[in-house]
Structure formats: C-alpha cells, structure tokens
Ligand binder design. Structure first.
Ligand SMILES: [Zn+2]
Length: 298
C-alpha cells in the first residue's frame, strides 16, 4: 500500500482512500504533487479526511479516488448536522441537570409533612400541660375536701362542684389528647414516608447527574472537535462551493447537498437535464435548478 503524507501541499482535490476506476496520470513518491486525470468512471467518497493541507493517498497501483468540491460540501454538511445534533443534546442535558419536578414535589411534601407533625406535637404538649395543671388543681381540692379543715357545708358543697367540673373538663381534655396523640403518630408515619420517597428520588437524581456530567463533557469535546474540523475544511472549500452551500440552505433548508438518483434530484424529486447529470458525474459543482440544492453522487 502506497502512502503519501505531504503537509505543505495545497491540493485542489483532497485524496482519500482507494476507489475504483480513477487513474492518476502522474504519481510520484511522498512529497510529490499528484495530478489527477479528471475523467472519472466512478467517484466514490470513502470518507477519510485528515485536515486542511494534508491528504492521504492509499492505493492499489495508481488507482485512487478524489474529493471534489462537491465531496467537501457533503462532508461540511455532515459536520454541520453533527454540530447541530450535539448542541441540541447539550441543551437537553443542561435542562435535565436542573432539579426535576418530581424532586421538587417530593421536597415540598417532606416540608409540609414535617410542618404538620410539628403543629400536632405542639398541640399535644399544650394539652398535656393543661391536663397536668387541671389534675394538680383537682388534687389540691381533694386534699382540702378530705383534710377536715373545711367545716362549712356550703363551702364543702362548692368544693364537690368544683371537683365534678374539673373531672368533666379533665375527661374532655383527655379525649382531645388521645386524638392529638393519634394525629401525631399518623403525621410521624407520613413524615417518614415522605423522607424515604425524597431520598429515593434524590438517589436516582444524583446517579443520573453522574452520567449527565460525563455526557456533557463528551458533548463539549465533540462540538469543539467538529468546529475545528469545520475550520480546517473551510480552508479548502472554494468560495463558489461555499456560496452554493449557503444559497441552498437559505432557499431550501437542510440538507443543502443531496444525492442525484439516476437523473432525479433526491431533494425535490425533479428530473435534472441530461447535460447537468453528466456534469455532476464529471465531478463538477452542479445545483438543482428547482430547489437550489447541490447535487452529489455516492
Ligand atoms: Zn432539487
């Protein structure tokens, strides 16, 4: 396998890999200029592009294929598509890295459950204090009643009344306290469940972040590489080819470079005149009359 690596050469064509039916009429060693016979029986793009001023020539004998300006535009289109796709995915990744709505909802539920539990515990404490004070008062009244110190029957009767009243209030307070205790238990269970759910969602989220961080880094590297490749490619794309590419995008949108299938433009399905089909086959830059897209052969 012959190989030429010549960084100083500014080729009009970029040589790629082995193709069929293309003959170089002058083919010297590394560093030599290579003049290519322009007539192609088959033009085949096999896609090795090594940079703006370098090329690879790998051939069987002197059979090689070339990258014409149309091939370069096709490559440019692949790069532009890849840049666009990578940027789109990068935007998705960045938006996934914001807190998800599930996580926000779980966090809110946990806060509500904790607040609810705090309120019911407070209520339970107040009721406990109230009941203790009431029991203490009843105890003092009982001591007075049975101490023998109070002799006045009317006063004794009043103490009896007071004790009965305290007893009624006490049992009402106990009912309220039992209700509060049940509520506290329920709220405790709910708070634990909300915490567990939040933890599960957070764990998944953190795990996703790791892979998203890796993907984000890879996408940034890919985009930078593609931009570099694009820059290198642009140094060998002619002004005419570039103008045709931009014109096709402006007038027809993506893709700017389309296949010529037989004599039909695969961009708009219109039949191309025979002389333009021939010109496309000869490796010239031809645009579809109807949709303005650049025509290429694979
Ligand atoms: Zn067309």
């Amino acid at each position: 396998m012959a190989g030429i690596h010549n960084p100083g050469y500014q080729p009009q064509f970029i040589l790629t890999m082995v193709g069929a039916g293309m003959t170089a009429n002058k083919h010297k060693d590394a560093g030599a200029q290579v003049t290519l016979k322009k007539k192609l029986e088959h033009r085949r793009f096999l896609g090795i592009f090594t940079g703006g001023t370098r090329f690879h020539l790998e051939g069987l004998g002197d059979k090689i294929s070339v990258m014409s300006q149309v091939d370069l535009l096709y490559r440019l289109q692949q790069i532009d598509d890849a840049i666009r796709d990578s940027k789109k995915r990068l935007a998705q990744v960045i938006s996934l890295q914001k807190e998800s709505s599930d996580l926000e909802a779980a966090r809110r539920s946990t806060e509500v459950a904790a607040e609810d539990l705090k309120n019911w515990r407070g209520k339970q404490n107040v009721l406990n204090l109230e009941l203790s004070a009431l029991n203490e008062k009843a105890k003092q009244e009982e001591i007075r009643l049975y101490s023998g110190m109070v002799k006045n029957p009317k006063e004794l009767e009043e103490i009896q009344y007071e004790l009965e009243s305290l007893g009624r209030r006490g049992s009402a307070l106990e009912d309220e306290l039992i209700e509060a205790m049940i509520m506290v238990e329920d709220r405790e269970r709910e708070a634990i469940e909300a915490e567990q759910e939040l933890e599960a969602i957070e764990t998944t989220w953190v795990k996703d972040q790791e892979s998203l961080n890796i993907e984000r880094g890879e996408l940034i590297t890919t985009i930078n590489d593609l931009i570099k490749q694009r820059k290198e490619l642009l140094t060998i794309v002619s002004g005419e080819a570039m103008a045709a590419y931009h014109n096709a995008i402006r007038r027809a949108g993506n893709p700017a470079v389309v296949l010529l299938k037989g004599s039909r433009c695969s961009g708009c399905q219109v039949t191309i005149p025979a002389n333009l089909v021939k010109s496309t086959e000869d490796g010239n830059l031809v645009v579809c009359d109807n949709c303005s897209r650049v025509l290429c052969l694979m």
